[in-house]
Design a protein around this ligand. Structure first.
Ligand SMILES: [Zn+2]
Length: 193
């Protein structure tokens, strides 16, 4: 049992091992075992601890459950519903799918990406969110109103095949001079600006 300060509620509690990236998005039953790509040491290794997806003891059970509310929904929408919807819009001449706000809980979808970035910024191999780390936490805790000018997710469905398509991870980048992160998992690439 690990006791420590929960990164979300700030209370000293029993911490549970929780996923940084939701397990369901790895699609383990389809793609099999997880290998870690260590870019620094140019190595690929198979860590037995990661075969269920990467987990770390960062949150108490209550907070993990609260954030898990967003995780299940992303899978339902992107992996189950979107593949059944025909393209219904064009965006700069590219056919795309627009999810109507009266049918989908877009706030719940959006908060998933904020939660994902925040969790990725507090793990043992963190991405750096700078001042946005605290803003993300406060939005998730409803301490400040959401600001849709921040954490803008652009979701691309990947139709190609091959190993690269199965890669799961988060990578820093820049987009139009703004800080951005690419979040990849099987079937999708999401740029969060
Ligand atoms: Zn907590």
């Amino acid at each position: 049992m690990t006791v420590g300060v929960c990164k979300f509620c700030g209370q000293e509690k029993e911490l549970i091992a929780s996923h940084i990236i939701p397990k369901v998005l790895y699609q383990l039953e389809k793609y099999g075992s997880v290998v870690d790509v260590d870019v620094k040491n140019t190595r690929i290794k198979k860590d037995p601890k990661h075969q269920n997806g990467v987990k770390e003891a960062l949150l108490c059970k209550e907070c993990d459950t609260a954030l898990g509310y967003f995780d299940g929904y992303i899978n339902k929408v992107l992996n189950i519903e979107v593949p059944k919807i025909d393209k219904n819009k064009t965006f700069y001449d590219t056919p795309c799918i627009c999810l109507p706000a009266d049918k989908y809980n877009l706030d719940r979808l959006r908060r998933f990406f904020i939660s994902l970035l925040w969790r990725s910024s507090i793990c043992s191999r963190p991405i750096s969110l700078g001042k946005y780390q605290d803003i993300a936490l406060k939005i998730l805790k409803n301490e400040i109103p959401d600001n849709t000018d921040l954490f803008l997710p652009l979701i691309y469905r990947r139709v190609g095949r091959g190993h690269v398509n199965n890669m799961t991870g988060i990578f820093g980048t820049k987009y139009l001079g703004k800080r951005a992160f690419i979040f990849r998992f099987p079937g999708y690439e999401v740029m969060i600006i």
